[in-house]
Design a protein around this ligand. Structure first.
Ligand code: GDP
Length: 369
């Protein structure tokens, strides 16, 4: 016969069952607590003691409520996306919710891009990709939350554009939003006690509010899960193997029509028609690339996925989706993008096919390089 307990930091109801949800507190900490002691959830505890932000997962309903609240307030919206997985970072319908509020698009993880990549081109591409989703950012900025690149630019832009309003930072999980927020907290405050958390009105969610100097706040919102990310098909260990963390060193393959390259067991590239050509692959430096004959590729995949072609690991094979195939004949030099994994530069006029686990996007964009 227990009475409900609430976190004194964020107001979320405390629970000991799901670390990914709001109000989580390890059962052991709860057991140690004295009668009547004021309790923090793990997230608020970390925030207070280590200046560290942990993400909380949202249900779709909570997320809709959150978006509605943002739409009803007069604020600047900062939308963080992963430049390596734009489609996996899109918040469906965000443009409908932001109303008249301006949006700054932040393309994070710029550090993984090779140096010969033109940042203007990438910025333009990101902006256009946002337009295709109906979102019209007033500004697009490339950052590296990990290295700290352009975080000061971002803060200047925010200061310029917010014009005395609150700032909401929104993004799906895995885009690096927490890392970025932690950077911002350091730059803006440097003092942990300045950070306050408070309950998000109308929901059981907490939010993190970083005070700005005019009584307004920069508000971190919990990340929403995007199911079309490669990340959701891989364990944490494998994810580290395939998501580029260091600057990518591109690899060039001279291919004849009728050849296939496997990107571990996660994706596949077929060169179907066209002259012998060079194909440049941008993916994590550690990712296994294996060339074989197109004619045998299906059988090769059946036989070797989970052993030679790993990840996925043998124990993950049962849950790993089938690869879906997409065929393209680009009219101009293009990037064949495997969402979240990387891309292959394809010359104009050749016919190729890209494969990725069902649900993960394979798409064509104008070559960035
Ligand atoms: P969130 O779920 O959006 O809050 O994302 P996290 O901040 O937890 O980051 C997700 C993953 O991306 C982690 O493995 C981070 O180390 C990584 N990450 C975050 N920012 C960057 C960045 O700027 N560059 C790179 N290479 N990785 C990053």
């Amino acid at each position: 016969n227990e009475t409900a307990l609430f976190c004194i930091g964020c107001g979320a109801q405390l629970q000991t069952t799901d670390p990914a949800k709001a109000g989580y507190l390890p059962a052991a900490s709860l057991a140690k607590a004295e009668d009547g002691e004021e309790l923090y959830c793990q997230r608020c505890f970390r925030l207070r003691h280590y200046n560290e932000v942990a993400d909380v997962q949202l249900t779709d309903d909570d997320f809709l409520r959150l978006l509605n609240t943002i739409g009803e307030s007069n604020a600047l919206i900062v939308n963080v996306v992963d430049i390596f997985d734009f489609n996996g970072s899109v918040i469906p319908g965000l443009h409908r919710f932001v109303g008249d509020n301006p949006v700054v698009l932040v393309g994070n993880k710029a550090d993984v891009l090779p140096r010969d990549l033109n940042h203007n081109k990438l910025t333009n591409w990101l902006t256009q990709a946002a337009h295709a989703q109906g979102l019209r950012p007033v500004k697009t900025i490339l950052t590296s939350a990990k290295r700290g690149d352009a975080v000061d630019d971002l803060l200047e832009t925010i200061e310029d554009l917010r014009a005395g309003r609150d700032v909401y930072v929104v993004g799906v999980t895995n885009t690096g939003k927490s890392t970025l927020i932690n950077r911002i907290i350091k730059e803006l405050t440097g003092v942990e006690d300045l950070i306050t958390t408070s309950r998000f009105p109308g929901t059981t969610l907490d939010r993190i509010q970083i005070p700005l100097d005019d009584g307004h706040f920069l508000i971190d919102t919990p990340g929403i899960i995007h199911r079309h990310q490669m990340a959701h098909y891989l364990g944490a260990k494998d994810l580290r193997l395939v998501t580029p963390t260091k600057t990518i060193k591109p690899k060039v393959y001279q291919l004849e029509a009728g050849q296939t390259i496997f990107l571990a067991g996660l994706a596949r590239f077929d060169f179907i028609r066209g002259r012998r050509s060079g194909f440049t692959i941008y993916a994590d430096n550690q990712l296994l690339l294996h060339r074989t004959k197109l004619a045998n590729a299906d059988a090769f995949y059946e036989k070797h996925r989970g052993d030679l072609l790993t990840p996925p690991r043998p124990e993950d094979l049962a849950d790993f989706p089938k690869l879906a195939r997409f065929e393209f004949t680009p009219k101009e030099k293009s990037d064949l993008v495997f969402a979240g994994l990387g891309w292959i530069v394809v010359p104009a006029g050749v016919t190729v096919a890209g494969y990725a686990p069902e649900g993960v996007d394979v798409l064509l964009r104008r070559a960035l390089i």
